[in-house]
Ligand binder design. Structure first.
Ligand code: NAD
Ligand code: MN
Length: 498
């Protein structure tokens, strides 16, 4: 039970691992109705890990019926708040107790370093569930100001059945960001994990049941987007969808809602985060280190990755030199080796996308100044070097589109104003960062930047208490914090004549 286990230890555990490979519906593991399965490939080796139930519309429908039945019965939503808190705290505790196993599953499934799965994803997911558990018995509803002859109650009620459609970059953590507030408010939930990373969601379903979550309140339906995902979007008896993934698919969910039952749709759709380093940055080394981790962490597969480095011409060369130095220390390695800081790209498709963008950067006239190659091909896995482009123009493809790989675009700004203008010149608005020693400039920039999070003299900071989500096409709604609870409730006014 410690992070300093060796790659050999993890590999030994991997051989003994029993992988949950069926859907979890109404409290039981079940095969897809069609009997179909799909292969889960370990991106570190290209080898098959397991055959997973390939759910489609028929299975989603069974899961919705189970979720609705649980909701109608009220075994969860009508339970006393203190009791629901206890169940969710137990669920969080069980996730922590299975930290080794879950970290291993996450790393085998999607290629991130075991050190990150073990120290970030799994404890972070448990902490998220526990944080919302703690909120359950501390939330009050409202009484409205009314004339003396009336009493008006404003109460929050669970929506009913929530569909959570999850990406592959932080599989369990993104599921936890939806499950925490959706379960805390008394809903039934159907999780569709990404086809690239269903293993941890499938495993924690039985931990939730063990913690005392009633049958049907949490269901997991693994499968592909255009079948299982679409069925969730179109289902007439799902009240709300919480989605994280690409903008393209986010927009489809808005359409699905319009074509079906007007279900609420919450979207977290990524970004093209500007990391803006002004000429009076107090600590260039710190800014460079943060910039490198900001784009190379998690193989660059991060929605708020600082993919556009916008830097004043006067300090650009010093900053890039240091970024290359940090980049040297982040070369891809075996994800099961605890010293590895960058793992494998999630699958062959994503590898090809990333390599395609690197080619495009060069062909559109940017300077490839660091990395840029696929490596470790002899492993059978999918690995890309940390990569930096210089002389990028903000209208080039690599500055506009979300690459979701370890590729940094450096854009030179003439002055402070130019830097902020370029920063905002994007269809996204998830996050932004600014580096300056001038407090008034910092505040002005923070106000001017159109993004859900602005970091000043830091990058990627935050905790479960702070909202996360986007302006513009980065999404609709916020994950984390008490604000996210509002996504999973309806407001009701009860007006009583006295
Ligand atoms: P995606 O948006 O296609 O997948 C996210 C989820 O949506 C998955 O569960 C998937 O099965 C589901 N889905 C896919 N197509 C669907 C459809 N037609 N109907 C309903 N559900 C559908 O993401 P991807 O294809 O795995 O990755 C493509 C790009 O998306 C990445 O390169 C990256 O830019 C972006 N992305 C962003 C995030 C993020 O955190 N914002 C996460 C993953 C991917
Ligand atoms: Mn897709």
């Amino acid at each position: 039970m410690s992070a300093i286990r060796s790659a050999q230890d993890w590999k030994k555990d991997a051989e003994k691992l029993s992988i949950r490979h069926q859907a979890f519906i109404a409290g039981k593991y079940v095969p897809a109705k069609s009997g179909k399965t799909f292969d889960r490939i370990n991106p570190a080796t290209g080898q098959s890990l397991a055959k997973i139930a390939e759910c489609d519309a028929a299975d989603v429908d069974v899961a919705v019926k189970a979720a609705r039945a649980a909701f109608d019965k009220g075994a969860w939503r009508n339970e006393a708040p203190a009791k629901r808190k206890k169940v969710m705290l137990k669920f969080a505790e069980l996730i922590n107790q299975h930290r080794d196993e879950l970290a291993l599953l996450e790393t085998l499934d999607m290629g991130k370093p075991i050190n990150d799965s073990y120290n970030i994803d799994i404890p972070g997911s448990a902490a998220c569930i526990a944080w919302y558990a703690e909120a359950i018995d501390k939330m009050y509803d409202e009484v409205a100001p009314t004339p003396n002859n009336a009493l008006a109650l404003i109460t929050r009620e669970p929506m009913g059945v929530v569909g959570a459609v999850i990406p592959w970059n932080f599989p369990l953590m993104m599921a936890a960001w939806k499950l925490g507030p959706a379960l805390a408010t008394g809903n039934s939930v159907i999780v569709k994990p990404a086809e690239q990373s269903p293993l941890t969601a499938l495993r924690v379903a039985e931990l939730a049941a063990e913690a005392g979550l009633p049958e049907g309140v949490l269901n997991i339906v693994p499968g592909y987007g255009p079948t299982a995902g679409k069925a969730i979007g179109l289902h007439p008896d799902i009240d709300c969808v919480a989605f994280t993934g690409s903008g393209e698919v986010g927009k489809l969910f808005l359409q699905y809602s319009g074509q079906s039952n007007m279900k609420r749709v919450w979207l977290e759709c990524g970004g093209k985060t500007p990391n803006i380093v002004l000429s009076d940055c107090a600590d260039i080394d710190k800014a460079a280190t943060a910039a490198a981790f900001g784009i190379f962490f998690n193989q660059g597969e991060v929605c708020n990755a600082g993919s556009r480095l916008i830097v004043d011409a006067k300090i650009k060369d010093r900053l890039l030199e240091k970024i290359f130095k940090v980049g040297e220390t982040l070369q891809p390695g075996d994800p099961l080796d605890p010293s590895t800081k960058m793992g494998a790209i999630v699958d062959k498709t994503q590898l090809e996308r990333v390599m395609g963008y690197i080619k495009k950067g060069t062909s559109e006239g940017a300077d490839l100044v660091f990395g840029g190659k696929q490596v470790r091909e002899n492993t059978g896995g999918y690995y890309v070097q940390p990569t930096v482009f210089d002389k990028v123009k903000n209208d080039m493809t690599i500055a506009r589109e979300e690459i979701f790989g370890p590729v940094l675009s450096t854009i030179t700004a003439k002055d402070d104003e130019d830097a902020i203008r370029i920063g905002n010149e994007t269809t996204y608005g998830l996050a932004a960062a600014v580096w300056t020693r001038d407090i008034s400039k910092a505040h002005k920039a923070a106000k001017a930047l159109r993004a859900g999070v602005v970091w000043v003299n830091c990058f990627d900071e935050g905790n479960i208490a702070t909202p996360f989500g986007g302006f513009k096409q980065s999404g609709i709604g916020r994950d984390k914090s008490l604000h996210s609870l509002d996504k999973y409730v309806e407001l009701k006014t009860t007006w009583i004549a006295l």
